[in-house]
Every structure is written in structure tokens, then in C-alpha cells.
Write a protein that binds this ligand. Structure first.
Ligand code: ZN
Length: 246
């Protein structure tokens, strides 16, 4: 019973290491995706603020136009009154007011004209910026899709490995499962190590008491290193433990 259990725990140890690596690979896509999208986002934000400014200019322009129309109506009324004056003093007063309103109307019309000119220029600039933003967005999409596809492949591998892991965990005895779960939850990468020929734990290199060494070598169940808590196996790892392969 000892060897299959030890084998399963070792397999789990490998799987957990592999999962950790894949999860790190997956997280590394976040900054890449952000970086790829950055130029398009910057242009889109410029488009949005230009559009707001243009909208404000249009509102101002409409307000000025209404003001100019009001002045034209006032001029018309004053002109009518000028035709109905009965004496020179009244005529002079109406004429003075008419001159003032006409002058103000000319200034305002000039402002309306300038503002409309600005609106036209802003509209052209916005069209160009909009086209630029669209081009940038179109350029981003294939690269983004490529990155998302690669990340999706990693997700699939993670899912597959988890299924494999869960199947192995399912086959563990209660004690092995508790050992596995406590190591996994603590995030420690090594939970199975072997007893070296000279009686040390291959994870922390602490020396194991002779009595315990004998029990481990005779396959007396799951024995833990008192110093670091790993499960000690009498056999050196077949492959892929802390050795720098795999
Ligand atoms: Zn140890």
C-alpha cells in the first residue's frame, strides 16, 4: 500500500507545481492585453473629450444665434417706432437706442460667425481623430484575439490538469488526503521527499532519528519529517521531484 500512495502524492506534487506555473503564465497575459489595447484606448478617450467639447461649442453657438435674432427683432421694432415719432427729441432718443442695438448686433453676429467657423474646424478634426481611433482599434483586434486564444489554451490545460488531480485525490486514503490538503492549502511546493542514504530529509536536510529511519525503510506507513513536515519516502524520487528536470 505504501508505494502507490507515495506515488500518488508525488504525482500530486508534480501536478501542483505544474498548475502553479500555468497560473503564473496565465496572469502574465493581463499586462500584455492592457498594453496591446493602450493606443486604441488613448485615441478613443481623445475622441470622447473632443466630442464633448464640440457639443459645448454647438450649444454656445445656438445661444449666440438666438441672441442675434432677438436683437434683429428689437432693431425692427425700433425702426417702426422711428417712423412714428412725433418730435425731434423722441426721434433722437430712438435713433440713439437703435444705433446702440445695431452695434451690439454686429458684434454678436461676428461672434456667431467665428464660433460657427470653430465648430466646422472641430468637426473636421473630430472626423479625422475618429478615423484614427477606428484604425487603431482594428489593428488591436487580431493581436488581442491571438493573446486571448493563447490564454484560452492555458485555461484548457489548467482545467484538464485539475480533472486529473481531482481523480488522483479521489483515490487517496483519508490520511494521505489530509496531508495533501494541508500542504496544498499552505502553498508549500514540496510535500514528499525521500530519506537519503545517510538518513537525512532530502527537503530540509535535517537528520532523521534512527528509529524513524528504520520505520521509513521498512515501509511503515506515512512518516513525516519532524523538522519540515514533509512525507518521507524510502525511495529516491523516480523523476521530477526537487531535481531540476521536468
Ligand atoms: Zn525535512
Amino acid at each position: 500500500m505504501t508505494e502507490p500512495t507515495m506515488g500518488s502524492l508525488r504525482e500530486l506534487q508534480k501536478i501542483e507545481a505544474e498548475l502553479k506555473e500555468l497560473e503564473a503564465e496565465r496572469v502574465a497575459f493581463d499586462p500584455l492585453l492592457a498594453e496591446v489595447e493602450e493606443p486604441a484606448l488613448a485615441l478613443e478617450s481623445q475622441v470622447s473629450s473632443s466630442r464633448d467639447r464640440l457639443e459645448q461649442m454647438r450649444t454656445d453657438s445656438r445661444r449666440l444665434e438666438r441672441g442675434a435674432q432677438d436683437k434683429q427683432a428689437r432693431i425692427k421694432r425700433l425702426e417702426e417706432r422711428l417712423n412714428q415719432v412725433t418730435n425731434v427729441r423722441e426721434e433722437a432718443a430712438v435713433q440713439t437706442e437703435l444705433d446702440l442695438v445695431r452695434r451690439a448686433a454686429r458684434t454678436e453676429e461676428q461672434e456667431v460667425y467665428q464660433l460657427m467657423e470653430q465648430v466646422r474646424r472641430a468637426e473636421t478634426a473630430l472626423e479625422e481623430l475618429d478615423a484614427e481611433a477606428e484604425a487603431a482599434r482594428a489593428e488591436v483586434e487580431p493581436r488581442q484575439a491571438e493573446l486571448l486564444e493563447k490564454r484560452g489554451q492555458i485555461d484548457e490545460r489548467i482545467a484538464e490538469i485539475r480533472v486529473r488531480r481531482d481523480a488522483i485525490v479521489e483515490g487517496l486514503g483519508d490520511m494521505e488526503r489530509r496531508v495533501y490538503e494541508s500542504f496544498r492549502d499552505s502553498g508549500r511546493p514540496t510535500f514528499v521527499a525521500h530519506l537519503t542514504a545517510d538518513g537525512a530529509c532530502s527537503s530540509c536536510w535535517g537528520v532523521i532519528p534512527l528509529q524513524k529511519q528504520a520505520e521509513i525503510r521498512s515501509g511503515g506507513g506515512l512518516m513525516r519529517c519532524e523538522a519540515c513536515g514533509v512525507i518521507l519516502s524510502p525511495e529516491p524520487e523516480p523523476a521530477g521531484e526537487p531535481e531540476p528536470d521536468a
